[in-house]
Design a protein around this ligand. Structure first.
Ligand SMILES: Cc1cc2nc3c(=O)[nH]c(=O)nc-3n(C[C@H](O)[C@H](O)[C@H](O)COP(=O)(O)OP(=O)(O)OC[C@H]3O[C@@H](n4cnc5c(N)ncnc54)[C@H](O)[C@@H]3O)c2cc1C
Length: 462
């Protein structure tokens, strides 16, 4: 039985936990990061099956050069350890009537919108000049009471145009547009305009590995393949963390990078004891199809990079049963990565509610067919080229991270939370801190920012 003492223990080696840990270790803290998985990164990692490399979830990083993610990676001296490829176009959004590309140069992106929706040119120019304003504080003050859906209504009439904005916002934040505060939707779109679309050479796993290596270089430690199954807080505020392998660790500070449902059970407290005013309703989960292709089918998505195909041209019973919009995100890791080009790979995600196992037993085939039918548009005779096929349900995602219902982006945003409602530090438990998507919101940039802020607050309290 191990029984070591640390200044800080972080539970969960997702990006939020690791960025927080990296700042702490850099400051010389003795830290331990514990994860139940045998690899770090949570949803931001990759796997190899039959020589095909896939990204588990994250397939795209924004803000790497000019945004806050880049600033963090620069401060931690990680930026130069990873070689990033930039997409152009970064994203292609396809609806029934439109096809728009997000480009590296935002003037090109705006031109595409203007060309496609000529009747809306005044609204488009006004909208983009407003969201591109230098002073974020003015944007915040002007929009803090309205939802992203309201700001779209103020500028546009065309429903197909609004749908394009909606697809990227809902796809990245997992919340309905009328529940996304306008300034959060705008922040996301600013990232799409200023600094979109990067992919690490070697796959997302290389990004995650670089953070892991930096933490170890600063003297931080990891304990993998061990699940925390109990947390005990003593009166003198020492924290004891128990794992499923009968190890117990002691720390002065505890950082939770795990979902609040699990955390409340581990600590034997209620969810309002963690945070009274935060609504932790989980975002949707996802189904994913990972496909390994033969060499002939390779590079078919080459010019399309990250495709959000929300055209409803395919009749999908699986979708219509549950009134989910027939949208899918399609990405080809092998097209953007010279390290893994031997075999072509495609991955495809659809947002879904967290249906139970029984649902997937009965409906999995229907979903596979729906997804493959959509893919046929990009890879003719797809079935003749498939060498490997892996299907993941919300249960797979939940197993991967233990996130409630396999929620892919933590908690849903809500207009009830007028303030940002980030949670970094406990009001009730001394030296207990939070980070990651459940305590801010989802996406690598956002959880990295939360990791940095949590570290800063923790260090200020020392
Ligand atoms: C399919 C999919 C696609 C996505 N695409 C993108 C994208 O392209 N770009 C983007 O920016 N974001 C994307 N996201 C969102 C992004 O992955 C997440 O918002 C972000 O990675 C969450 O990081 P996190 O630090 O909150 O923790 P998580 O990744 O949720 O990790 C939590 C960690 O805690 C560990 N853990 C949980 N409980 C315990 C316990 N009891 N004991 C020990 N360890 C525990 C888990 O094993 C896990 O490693 C995607 C997500 C998914 C699922």
């Amino acid at each position: 039985m191990k029984n070591d003492t640390y200044e800080t223990i972080i539970i969960g080696a997702g990006i939020g936990g690791m960025i927080c840990g990296c700042y702490l270790a850099k400051k010389g803290q003795k830290i331990l990061i514990i994860d139940q998985s045998d690899a770090v990164g949570g949803y931001c990692s990759g796997f190899v099956r039959n020589d095909y490399y896939f990204d588990t979830g994250v397939h795209y990083l924004g803000g790497v050069r000019n945004g806050l993610l880049g600033e963090i990676l620069g401060e931690l001296e990680i930026l130069s350890d990873v070689s990033f490829n930039a997409f152009d176009p970064t994203d292609t959004i396809i609806t029934n009537e439109a096809r728009v590309n997000i480009r590296q140069n935002y003037n090109d992106t705006i031109s595409e919108f203007l060309e496609l929706f000529q009747d809306e040119s005044v609204g488009i120019k006004n909208f983009f000049s407003f969201i591109l304003m230098n002073d974020l504080h003015i944007i915040y003050m002007k929009t803090k009471r309205i939802s992203f859906s309201q700001i779209l209504d103020l500028h546009f009439k065309n429903s197909e145009l609004k749908r394009i904005f909606k697809i990227l916002v809902e796809g990245n934040l997992g919340s309905g547009l009328n529940q996304v505060p306008a300034y959060i939707g705008i922040e996301l779109w600013r990232e799409y305009l200023f600094d979109p679309g990067y992919y690490p050479e070697g796959g997302i796993i290389e990004f995650t590995k670089a953070i892991e290596e930096k933490i170890i270089m600063h003297g931080g430690s990891f304990l993998l393949s061990e699940k925390v199954n109990k947390i005990q807080i003593c009166e003198n505020s020492s924290k004891y963390v128990f794992t499923n392998k009968n190890n117990v660790f002691e720390a002065e500070n505890l950082v939770a990078n795990i979902d609040p449902f699990q955390l409340s059970k581990l600590m034997n407290i209620t969810i309002p004891d963690i945070a009274k005013n935060i609504d932790f309703t989980p975002t949707p989960s996802a189904v994913a199809l990972y496909i390994g292709l033969d060499q002939k089918a390779n590079k078919i998505l080459n010019d399309a990079s990250c495709v959000w195909d929300y055209s409803n041209n395919i009749n999908n019973n699986a979708h219509s049963h549950h009134s989910i919009r027939a949208g899918a995100l399609i990405f080809s890791p092998s097209d953007h990565n010279s390290k893994h080009t031997n075999n072509g790979t495609i991955q495809m995600h659809c947002l879904v509610p967290s249906f139970n196992l029984e649902y997937w037993e009965h409906n999995q085939d229907e979903w596979r067919t729906f997804m493959k039918n959509k893919l046929q548009k990009y890879i003719p005779d797809l079935n003749d080229h498939i060498m490997l096929e892996v299907f993941a349900t919300p249960q797979t995602f939940q197993k991967y991270t233990l996130n409630e219902g396999g929620a892919i982006l933590g908690r849903k945003l809500s207009m009830q939370n007028k303030k940002r409602n980030h949670l970094f530090i406990s009001n009730k438990i001394k030296k207990m801190y939070f980070t990651g998507s459940w305590y801010s919101y989802g996406g690598v940039s956002e959880v990295a920012i939360s990791g940095k802020r949590t570290a800063r607050i923790l260090l200020e309290h020392q």
